[in-house]
Write a protein that binds this ligand. Structure first.
Ligand SMILES: [Cu+2]
Length: 128
């Protein structure tokens, strides 16, 4: 009986620990988020993976101009985007991850754009 009692106590402890973790993720301290308005040109749209590869200008206080991929917060906002489109968006950064919100199309790409030499997908922070 002692053994069962101990394992029950252990189980209760594990459950309690899980609850603590869950409450932190739920309504506990939110990781600090920073918001940077950006202007960018679409390089590629990867809707299945909810990624948008853009060439953006310098983001003061955050990163220099570069081509990189970001998670799309609301895929619907990127559904009609094509390479060459100019957009504005909010880059929201938390816990070293970035996502794009409030994507707004500024200017549609010209028909038959000349494929750019650096149109390859850069999946990490690589200065252009
Ligand atoms: Cu970057």
């Amino acid at each position: 009986m002692l053994l069962i009692a101990r394992s029950k106590r252990t189980l209760a402890l594990i459950l309690a620990a899980n609850l603590v973790v869950m409450s932190f993720e739920g309504c506990g301290a939110q990781p600090e988020e920073k918001r940077y308005p950006i202007q960018a040109e679409v390089v590629a749209v990867d809707l299945p993976r909810k990624l948008l590869i853009v060439k953006h200008g310098e983001i003061p206080g955050f990163m220099p101009a570069m081509t990189m991929s970001y998670v799309i917060a609301v895929p619907k906002e990127a559904a009609s985007l094509a390479p060459g489109d100019k957009i504005t968006a909010d880059l929201v950064v938390s816990a070293s991850k970035g996502r794009l919100e409030k994507i707004v199309l500024l200017e549609k790409a010209k028909p038959n754009p000349v494929p750019s030499a650096d149109g390859r997908l850069l999946m990490s922070c690589v200065p252009v």
